[in-house]
Design a protein around this ligand. Structure first.
Ligand code: ZN
Length: 243
């Protein structure tokens, strides 16, 4: 099976369209949550993703907040403003659809499971070694894919636990049969690793390879829409620097 991996799209239609146009063939898409929040096109992004021919979704913390399944009390003021704007923009149908997105972790097949934050808590951030070890222990499959931090990262556990990378440009990770992996394939719509290009990945379970890709998109148009919508300008500026 070949999968296209998309995470943290954040209502950035320009990034999503460019990723879909350049992704090439795949059999099934996996969307790891945060479809909305921050960007100016929540309805268009939901519509585009729902129309993919074969796709599995889980929810992210911004999807939960936009649909009021979760409070925004832990969000900073920028995220909170954007979520309130997003909730007002979403059509009743899209709000209902987002409300029904399943929580992660979700096992996809014998090789891979997906989660938004971590396999032990959908809202947890995986940042340090302790988080990685806890996530590896909680993962139910040899390959656990996560999002939420918007930073590509890969860890391999065999005899010892080692970070893999650096994950710059196109990065191919061969998946050894005897190792376990925890991988963040980066964010489509709001990268935070200093590289403004959209990130996405392909997984080929027959060849056992995971390939993280980056693609430049029309940042200027995404920025102009954010400013025209009356969203905080810093949400536009950060797209250009990938922070
Ligand atoms: Zn996110």
């Amino acid at each position: 099976m070949t999968y296209l991996i998309l995470s943290d799209i954040h209502a950035n239609l320009e990034a999503l369209e460019t990723v879909l146009a350049t992704a090439g063939p795949y059999e099934h898409a996996l969307v790891l949550g945060d479809l909305v929040g921050y960007g100016a096109n929540p309805n268009e992004v939901v519509h585009r993703l729902r129309a993919l021919p074969s796709v599995t979704f889980i929810r992210g913390n911004h999807d939960k907040a936009a649909t009021r399944l979760a409070s925004v009390e832990h969000f900073n003021h920028l995220a909170r403003f954007a979520i309130q704007w997003t909730t007002e923009q979403l059509t009743p149908e899209n709000l209902q659809w987002l409300t029904e997105l399943p929580a992660g972790p979700l096992a996809i097949d014998d090789l891979v499971e997906i989660c938004h934050g971590a396999p032990f808590d959908e809202d947890a951030y995986i940042f340090d070694d302790l988080d990685v070890r806890r996530a590896m222990a909680a993962a139910s499959r040899p390959l656990c894919l996560f999002g939420h931090t918007h930073v590509p990262a890969a860890f391999r556990l065999a005899d010892t636990l080692l970070p893999v990378g650096p994950l710059r440009d196109r990065f191919q990770l061969p998946l050894e049969a005897t190792a376990r992996y925890l991988v963040n394939c980066g964010a489509v719509g709001q990268p935070r690793d200093g590289d403004p290009r959209a990130a996405f990945a392909h997984l080929d379970t027959a060849e056992r390879t995971l390939t993280i890709n980056r693609v430049a998109y029309d940042v200027a148009t995404a920025q102009a829409k954010i400013i025209a919508a009356g969203l905080p300008e810093v949400l536009a500026h950060r797209l250009a620097i990938g922070r």
